[in-house]
Design a protein around this ligand. Sequence first.
Ligand code: C2O
Length: 577
Amino acid sequence: TRLAKYVDAVPRLPTPTPRQAAAYPGADYYELAMLQSPWRFHRDLPAGQAWGFWAVSADGPVGLGYLGPTLVARRDRPVVVRYRNQLPTTHLLQSAVDVTLWRDVPGVPPDPPGGRMPQNFPAEPNVWVVPHLHGGFDSPQSDGHPEAWFTPDGLHGPVYATLDGARPNEAVYAYTSRQQATMLWYHDHAMAITRLNIYAGLAGLYLVRDAFEDSLPLPRGDFEVPLILQDRNLTPDGALSYPDRGPTPYHPKWNPNFFGTIPVVNGKAYPYLDMEPRRYRLRLLNGSNQRFFHLWFQDGGARLSFWLIGTDGGLRAAPLRLTSLLLGPAMRADVIVDLTGTQAGTRITMMNDAPTPLPQGDKPVPMPEIMQLRVSNALSGPDQSAPADRLSLRPVTPARPTHGLPRREFVITANRDARGKSTHLAINQRFFDDPVEEFPKAGTTEIWEYVNTSGDGHPMHVHLVQFHVLNRQRFDAKAYLAAYKSWVSQGRRPASQPVLAHYLKGPVMPPAADEEGWKDTVVAYPAMVTRIALRFDVPPPIDGIAGTRSEFPATYIQHCHMLEHEDNEIMRPWQIS
Ligand code: C2O
């Protein structure tokens, strides 16, 4: 489909008013229903069906039809969400549902017998979902574990958890909001189907505000614009399309790589944003399945510079002037664009030139233009914000790894069969359901090392924590992988484990300037060791709300946030002890 560019205004994501509920004193309360409804992605296309979250309110449902409303939370004020699965029992992308994932791994008998997919699958179609608040500091039972899914007709996964009072097609989760002002997002996380559920629309934003942020002279109100950037494919009928066959015989419908060709921002293809000649705060989320964005703003023949003021977990220590920005899947960027004095009629294009996949670009699916910024209006009032370079933001406390703790190595492998067909990806050559091997202690700060032996850059995400990127270092991936594989195949005897230090080459490199600050997702580049420092704490119970004390063992997960990858085993649990 060839679509006319910049004919639809970018939708503003609605922000429902929180309700109060007697059972959750002191908390903001929302009911979010997941529904299938018509949504028009572009002026020249008919409305297709899409999925979204709708907030139930006294004035009727609040939502778009695709994606979800933005929840605005105050730091330290809890939020309780009742999520209801009112989707059809047949998936919007039913032909792409792959029932072999998490079940038949070549050479490994299914465990438990019959597999780990919903009990009634594939005898009857069904739609299993579980929402997760990405970047939140929340108890395990409210974290949306991939196996805590629930279906429209009330079936539950093996670790289904909820606060009391949920109906069979619901889960009630309590979020602490005990974290700095930042932009989080909630999205589906259901085992082996996340890529399709998010693709269909199950994602929304969660802004945390705090007094410090309030005190900053930042653009506010209409001049703060959250934008969810995604790549999608659309049919001439206006429906979402996703490939229903892939290159591997084991998982016939699964694709190790998927890139859409149409940029969709807040649900519209190639949209424009009408702007005044003043400063704007853009809150960007990369909500794509697996596409990285390398973003820049083309202003006629020039590149517009902009300021990065915050990352995944909150404000930076100081504004950073940039002319481009790498935004991996699930990452957020808090950006100031200064249009002060810009002539009416100016058109600025948000461009992308990230390779697919990152970094080598050997499967090119370019999507160079995303949206247009149109400076068309006169000032509606004075600009109260300060120039970005004069903002003094929030000091970031450097990580202090706890003395005497060993580093944890996480070896990323892309596994293939004898004929070179991709089978699955893995962390430490374990499957998701293998026993937990990492037990960080509450109150400690650990160093984790992602040792990427595969050819792709992977956006690695750890639940519960906001971490710091420490550094990166090259290693001889080929030689290390050979030694590592033979160690694994010989039963992992501790004495013969390959010593990563022997394969390192070259200097220790600091993180990129735009990775400084609080992150919950980091790029692990191929043939590099990527080191992060993570402080572990257990979320405290929420006063007055039953069922919010963290349950032990407190299980969280980490995974690659390329959704096709996390759906096929590159995801592992860990437990705080
Ligand atoms: Cu954004 Cu485990 O996910």
